[in-house]
Design a protein around this ligand. Sequence first.
Ligand code: C5P
Length: 235
Amino acid sequence: LSCGVVIVAAGRGERAGSHAEGPKQYRRIGGTPVISHTLDLFVNWQPAKHIVVVIHPDDAALFEMARAAASPAGSRLSVVQGGATRQQSVLAGLDVLADHAVSHVLIQDAVRPFVEPAILDRTLTAFSHGARAVLPAVAVADTLKRADANGNVAETVSRSGLFAAQTPQSFHFETILEAHRRAAASGRTDFTDDASIAEWAGVRVHLVEGSAGNVKLTLQKDIAMADQRLSHALP
Ligand code: C5P
């Protein structure tokens, strides 16, 4: 089993608002860019044979700064330009990884800097049991409501069996590469995660336990909370 990693970081992060430090993946939390935390985790993860970071063409200088703040990855790291949607950015990363002879790939959002090694361990265990697609997820805790167009409750949705999907989403490499290429060839560009591409391609996706701490930094308040969490953890 040899693992590649794709870290997607080519989004513009518009929901977090604009900021002098750049898109949200380059904002500093605990003094260090978000993406440096994410990258560091995978650079120091023993099974990672090669890591591809997918960036926006405007962010090359920002990324070089962020890379310098993470552990050195040397020739284990490639950087490639992303596309207009997350799906297109992931495929750009997979295409690069195709030259690195990996058997499996972990696909990670740059904006999830708090992945725990336990999630990676569960993923490897699922692979060793033959899973071709592995998704960390947490059971939905809140009661769910569907709203109507007027902002009133239309109905209560049962949360039984519902999970919130996290990353890294991990796959047998050839399986997800082929599914992604087929999805692109069919004209679809709007899949918001990779597990849904595997589902679309008829691949069974195995759920493993995610963690409440593995949050996705989407809004300004998420970044502020992450910054506080790290700043308080410092001596
Ligand atoms: O937009 P969303 O929050 O779903 O983005 C999730 C991740 O995908 C982020 O790390 C973002 O940088 C990345 N992304 C990308 N290329 C895009 C859009 C999003 O790499 N075109």
